[in-house]
Design a protein around this ligand. Structure first.
Ligand SMILES: Nc1ncnc2c1ncn2[C@@H]1O[C@H](COP(=O)(O)OP(=O)(O)OP(=O)(O)O)[C@@H](O)[C@H]1O
Length: 412
């Protein structure tokens, strides 16, 4: 295996025997052969994870994300295939996995460190940092069976964050505690991502886009798409809409297919005809030089009678992180019912803050219903491009300070 390859999985899959007795189910863990009525939690797939990759694993509930990561971590026996790991892999996949409930926090740190292959001297050198990261006060002296789930997560995350792992495998659902701990975990993951390799199960497209440089999408135990996070999360959004509403034709998409981002989707009972961004003089805008007032015009057409049209937009940076968005329902301006053949121009007046230097895209959509519950008729990714020339000193947005005051509070 090349030294650049951190994980190489070939043909790994996991099948469970359906309607089998407990004994058969237990035996099935150890048998490679499968019956045709087995349920495939993960269909056989190949996956190569390279050094420095930060991979977001996304997919609906039950799509096989945890199964895939457990197979890669070797905490679940595959029904077929094999996995090779290059380096120290640390995982946070199951609450309390690897902990002894009767041991104290200190004892469990030592136990986990030993399981990860740290020497006694290395463990003693790191144990203070691990306890400090966990920050659970006197509970560190108590058996972990007395811990809240948040304390379990704190201790488990503190261990994997401090053992000099080469690869981290994390289920984001577990990596949550209170807001301060979550922020601490995210800061750690962002700095780890600069040099390490991460696989990370998430239900949140925004964190995949902001943290990852690769994403894979699973559906019904199959690897459906693999590519850059922006493309894959947009495709996932499209899939979610198709799950929720009556099916129209969808082009089949293969793994690695460059056409994964089909650009637009929807039922097409309504369609977006034109999108433009105008300044106060009514001139088209393609460049932003700071905070400015703009008018986003979206013209839609009805191909069928529609009682409650809904028009929305979002502005994203080049990675696909949503900077802001809105829709006609938020704007308190209910749109009129439309008859087939009618067109409607919807104008959103926006005060756009200064955006840091870079390229931005506006995605637009027209649906039917309300903001929470609607049929998607036409969604266009990246319908309009803007470039910002502004250099923001700190952060992504420039929000000018209107006024500053100061008050001397004490005198010597
Ligand atoms: N021990 C088991 N026996 C039978 N089926 C199982 C077993 N473990 C998991 N499955 C099934 O395998 C499928 C994939 O499960 P998995 O936990 O990998 O999904 P997931 O994508 O991680 O879901 P979630 O987002 O809900 O955590 C599911 O349909 C699940 O019900």
């Amino acid at each position: 295996m090349s030294s650049d390859v951190m994980i190489s999985a070939q043909g790994i899959g996991k099948a469970y025997a359906l309607n089998a007795s407990p004994l058969r189910q237990m035996l099935a863990q150890f048998r490679p052969a499968r019956r045709t009525d087995d349920f495939w939690a993960l269909r056989p797939l190949d996956l190569t994870v390279r050094r420095g990759e930060v991979i977001g694993v996304i997919g609906q509930n039950g799509s096989g994300k945890s199964t895939l990561l457990q197979l890669l971590c070797n905490t679940l026996n595959p029904s077929c295939g094999k996995v090779q790991v290059n380096g120290r892999l640390a995982a946070l996949l199951e609450l309390g996995a690897g902990f002894n409930l009767d041991f104290t926090g200190w004892e469990n740190i030592r136990l986990s460190a030993a399981l990860y292959g740290l020497s006694h001297a290395e463990t003693e050198q790191k144990i203070g940092a691990i306890a400090a990261f966990a920050d659970i006060g006197d509970f560190i002296d108590k058996p972990v069976k007395t811990y809240s789930s948040g304390m379990f997560v704190r201790l488990a995350f503190a261990v994997i964050a401090n053992i000099d792992a080469d690869i981290l495998v994390i289920d984001e659902a577990l990596a949550v505690g209170d807001v301060f701990f979550t922020q601490k975990c995210m800061r750690f993951l962002q700095s780890f991502a600069e040099k390490g390799t991460i696989l990370f199960v998430s239900h949140d497209s925004a964190s995949v886009v902001s943290l990852c440089n690769r994403a894979i999408l699973l559906e019904h135990g199959m690897l459906l798409a693999d590519g850059d996070p922006k493309t894959i999360t947009e495709y996932y959004l499209q899939k979610q809409y198709f799950h929720q509403q009556p099916q129209t034709e969808q082009a089949p998409v293969k793994t690695g297919d460059s056409a994964v981002n089909q650009g637009e989707f929807g039922l097409k009972g309504l369609s977006v005809q034109t999108v433009s961004v105008l300044d106060s003089a009514g001139e088209p805008v393609f460049q932003l030089h700071g905070a400015t007032s703009l008018c986003l015009n979206i013209q839609i057409m009805a191909h069928q009678d529609t009682a409650h049209p809904l028009v929305g937009f979002s502005l994203k940076d080049r990675l696909g992180q949503v900077m802001f968005g809105g829709n006609s329902a938020d704007a308190q301006g209910h749109l009129p019912a439309l008859q087939a053949g009618q067109s409607l121009q919807v104008e959103f007046d926006l005060t756009v803050p200064g955006l840091t230097l870079g390229d931005y895209m506006i995605s637009v959509a027209v649906g039917e219903g309300n903001a929470r519950n609607h049929l998607m008729h036409h969604w266009i990714h990246d319908a309009y491009a803007l470039h910002s020339t502004l250099t923001v000193q700190s952060g992504m947005l420039e929000i000018p300070v209107d006024r500053m005051r100061h008050h001397l509070l004490s005198t010597l």
